[in-house]
Design a protein around this ligand. Structure first.
Ligand code: G6P
Length: 369
């Protein structure tokens, strides 16, 4: 097993460090770096068929569900199709309004999650077109969906998903760009800009992973907390959900993510002196509002760790600590903003002596209902 871990103490850490490669492998066959366009040679839907789709359902469990929430922002904003995101165990029993003009995208690392598979079958029964985004070639979900987009994260062993998640985000972003172009909702310039940005991401992540000392310090300092909160707006909110899940899963710290604007509708009551609050501030269109929420928690003496773009030193005025990520396009920010959250969870779990790769009560793949 030590050999399989390739010198890392845990599979989770190894998999966090494999993200540059996983992303590169997932983008290579779909990205024309010279022309700066996205293509999916494996998909055989015509532009006409894609234009007929009037509603997209994204269905998944756990971390894959969180990738689905990011996917909703991508598909609605870039492809201009209304999207609903459902937890698979809810979708399969809620009599969803799916029909022949719907596309149901199921996301699953393993391709074997029982609820996701059942949701896929239900979508098919209702006449929806179906697409699987999965990491396992030939898995049940891959076999049963009409079309498959594989993520090429490689085997993921740690129960807590990391590299599968970032490749799912990438797959959803590339799909949104592709569908957006075929439906005529995205300009060639915007596509080129995003593709150019994407080509830098693996190297940017590689660099981020070379410098994680600050995160280790935070994990030691706040690892004994019993609660933590994650706040963000827009795509930052979607990433916050995944950050909270990571922390819960492996460190057993009670963690909750909130849309920052919801704070005053309840959560603020829980913000007391010394409680760690991680605030994501990478989405510039809602930046001022996020910063004002940050100030609200700070006023209640929370310990605020902000995550923002390199050069955004103004965050230091409001937050106790700032973790910087490389400056990038707003749609690419989730791919990088989740990294410090994965590492925080990992090092917090280590500090607390938890079994990082095999957290209590959890399984890598849930094949029973
Ligand atoms: C389990 C795992 C999670 C995973 C979820 C969905 O709960 O512990 O890490 O996100 O299943 O799995 P899937 O294979 O469908 O992505």
């Amino acid at each position: 097993e030590a050999a399989e871990k390739g010198g890392f103490e845990h599979f989770m850490l190894k998999e966090i460090y494999e993200q540059p490669k996983a992303l590169r492998d997932t983008m290579t066959s779909r990205l024309d770096a010279a022309a700066k366009t996205i293509g999916f040679p494996e998909l055989n839907w015509t532009a006409e068929e894609l234009r007929e789709i009037n509603k997209i359902f994204i269905v998944a469990c756990g971390t894959a569900y969180h990738a689905g929430i990011v996917g909703k922002y991508y598909l609605e904003q870039l492809a201009r199709v209304p999207v609903e995101v459902d937890i698979a165990s809810e979708f399969r029993y809620r009599d969803p309004l799916v029909d022949g003009n719907s596309l149901t995208i199921v996301i699953s690392q393993s391709g074997e999650t029982s609820d996701t598979l059942a949701a896929l079958r239900e979508a098919k029964r209702l006449g929806s077109r179906t697409l699987a985004v999965t990491n396992v070639v030939g898995s049940s979900i891959a076999r049963e969906a009409d079309q498959v987009v594989y993520t090429y994260a490689g085997p993921e062993i740690a129960v807590a998903s990391t590299k599968a998640y970032t490749t799912q985000l990438l797959a959803m972003l590339m799909l949104a760009i592709y569908v957006g172009r075929l439906r005529g909702s995205m300009s060639a310039e915007r596509e080129q800009e995003l593709v150019r940005g994407l080509t830098f991401v693996p190297e940017q992540i590689h660099k981020m992973l070379e410098n994680v000392d600050q995160i280790k310090v935070f994990a030691r300092e706040y690892g004994s907390s019993e609660d933590a909160f994650f706040l963000g707006r827009s795509l930052d909110y979607a990433v916050a959900l995944e950050g909270a899940l990571k922390l819960k899963e492996i460190s057993y710290i009670h963690a909750e993510a909130y849309a920052a604007g919801e704070l005053k509708h309840g959560t603020l009551a829980l913000i007391v002196s010394g409680v760690p609050v991680i605030v994501l501030a990478t989405q510039m269109d809602v930046y001022d509002k996020t910063v004002s929420n940050l100030q609200e928690v700070k006023a209640r003496e929370a310990v605020v760790i902000a995550i923002g773009f390199e050069g955004d030193t103004s965050l230091e005025k409001y937050a106790d600590h700032v973790i910087y990520i490389p400056r990038t396009d707003k749609y690419l920010a989730p791919l990088m903003a989740v990294l410090p959250l994965q590492l925080l969870a990992y090092y917090a779990a280590l500090t607390r002596g938890c079994d990082v790769d095999k957290p209590r009560n959890l399984a890598k793949s849930v094949t029973v209902e």
